[in-house]
Design a protein. Structure first.
Lengths: 270, 270
């Protein structure tokens, strides 16, 4: 459904130096697939997501969704942001209804729909609170509800659980799985956590940095539905093997990078 | 991620006490200044610095004679027109400068030049174009107050979190929706800081305009009293002017609190 062919982008730094952010990226995402994208920082994974969202132009290649070339943001896609990007002056209800409001949906209709989604993400009773009164995990539930309220075909998630604590992250992962199992929307999910990539994804796209390229696509043969027994899944042989394999690959990339750039410090080299 | 940051309202016992503490600090400060004024005035025995009681007697007689009200109304009308005009221009031009780099490049130099130029320099120009009437005074008030509001609004708009704008775009917001639903509300707290400064300068402009261009209103009263070396009358009118200024700023603060009630409390010590 999402077809990416020959996607490339070069950023020019302030000193005039060129950085190849994405290079010849080819990817196709199936309908209802949960695709996770994993890679070190600077591999262009967020850049690629923003391009799919229609928020950032690219230099070469083509992106199409259900056969329609992407020219900008569209109602078939919605995005969940790492830093939540909630309107701090609006209530939970208004935030969830925001996308619908922009599309001119009537007040009563959009509020009904928003209440439905608020209940789906477990925030009933918080409709009149403002984001500043909520914990990080609750704020991201609002972000997720807002994204689902517009009934997208594709849900784009940019390290959505990167800014919350570990326990909250686990709960949000389980809830996202159970919501996805019910709604079956196509998901592209950016993460830098191997565990998260394997736990959630049907396939894990492994990207390497400088230039940002797809280095490998790893299928995850874990059974679905997964939301009911995440703990058991994590002890399964397949899960352990895949995460170990991904770690090995990430480590290779890191070593290669260091061999090419002896000056680079530890940690993926910013 | 701090949960439950709420703006403290003067409802709870603690914040009520803090508020009273602040109010009584202001009252004590005023009382001390009043007593000092009285003592110095009594001791100095010079006509241009009469003691506080003499000034209050003069103020009371102005009120009973009714002389003050017509002049006050004239001045307030000038203030409302001049400040209203510069508020509209300040927000419109400031928003355009903050949002669009080209507008900023084109207008920035003039705005900064006019901010730093002594506003009364333009008085003769207004005088010759608009005559010795209300138009000239309104123009002087505008010159005093508009540019600080333009510059402040521009930097408020520039500092809006870009991820909120990106969020708006991803949900298909057009430029007008981004301005009115995201940028202006997000910039409002900082815009209001500039509006408060602008209001203070507008009152200064009003008095200067009334003293040096068209001799009307409170400015006329100051001029007349000054020419007859009536120190008590000058200071009595000064008290009226300061009251007008403080009331105007309190009005701005009241509107500010209504609009930006979502902003978490600052860490200011009571």
């Amino acid at each position: 459904m999402i077809e990416i062919t020959g996607l490339g982008k070069t950023f020019t730094g302030q000193d005039g130096s060129a950085v190849r952010a994405l290079d010849n990226v080819n990817l196709s995402v199936q309908d209802n697939e949960f695709l996770t994208v994993l890679g070190p920082s600077g591999c262009g994974k967020t850049t690629m997501l923003k391009m799919i969202a229609g928020l950032m132009p690219w230099d070469e290649g083509e992106i199409s969704i259900a056969g329609n070339p992407v020219r900008g943001p569209g109602p078939d896609r919605s995005m969940v942001f790492q830093n939540f990007a909630l309107l701090p002056w609006s209530t939970v209800l208004e935030n969830v209804a925001f996308g619908l409001r922009l599309r001119g949906v009537s007040k009563s209709e959009r509020e009904d729909r928003a209440r439905e989604l608020i209940s789906m993400v477990g925030l009933t009773g918080f409709e009149t609170k403002r984001p500043g009164e909520l914990s990080g995990g609750m704020q991201q539930r609002v972000g997720l509800a807002r994204a689902l309220a517009v009934e997208p075909k594709v849900l784009l998630m940019d390290e959505p659980f990167g800014a919350v604590d570990e326990q909250t992250r686990r709960l949000l992962q389980e809830e996202l799985l159970s919501i996805w199992e019910r709604t079956k929307v196509t998901v592209v999910f950016i993460t830098h956590s191997m565990e998260e990539a394997v736990l959630l994804g049907d396939r894990v796209v492994l990207m390497s940095a400088r230039p940002g390229q797809i280095s490998e696509i790893v299928p995850v043969p874990l059974e679905r539905p997964r939301s009911s027994d995440v703990g058991g899944l994590e002890r399964s042989k397949e899960y352990v093997e895949i995460t170990a394999y991904l770690w090995e690959r990430l480590r290779e990339m890191h070593d290669e990078h260091r061999a090419k750039n002896p000056a680079a410090l530890n940690g993926a080299g910013r | 991620m701090t949960a439950l940051i709420t703006r403290a309202r003067p409802k709870s016992g603690l914040s009520k006490r803090l508020l009273n503490g602040r109010a009584s600090a202001s009252l004590i400060s005023l009382a001390v200044a009043g007593v000092l004024w009285e003592i110095v005035g009594q001791a100095a025995k010079v006509p241009f610095f009469p003691p506080l009681t003499a000034v209050l007697v003069e103020l009371w007689s102005m009120i009973t004679r009714g002389e003050i009200f017509g002049n006050l109304a004239t001045s307030l009308a000038n203030l409302v027109l001049g400040f209203g005009l510069s508020l509209i221009v300040g927000i419109v031009v400031g928003t355009a400068m903050g949002r669009y780099r080209r507008v900023n490049a084109a207008l920035g130099i003039y705005v900064y030049a006019l901010l730093t130029a002594p506003s009364l320099v333009f008085a003769p120009i207004f005088f010759s174009i608009l005559g010795a009437g209300q138009g000239s005074i309104v123009a002087v008030i505008f010159m005093y107050s508009a540019f600080i509001m333009i510059i402040n609004t521009a930097s408020a708009v520039e500092n809006v979190n870009p991820s909120l704008v990106e969020m708006g775009r991803s949900y298909g917001a057009n430029e007008w929706q981004i301005l009115t639903r995201i940028i202006l509300p997000a910039a409002a707290p900082m815009i209001f800081a500039g509006v408060r400064l602008g209001m203070g300068r507008a009152v200064t402009g009003m008095i200067n305009g009334e003293m040096f261009i068209a001799v009307v209103g409170l400015g006329r009263m100051v001029t007349v009293a000054g020419k007859s070396f009536d120190g008590a009358a000058v200071l009595a009118i000064l008290i009226v002017i300061i009251t007008v200024a403080l009331a105007a700023i309190a009005l701005v603060q009241f509107v500010d609190r209504r609009i930006t009630s979502w902003v978490p409390n600052t860490t200011k010590e009571s």
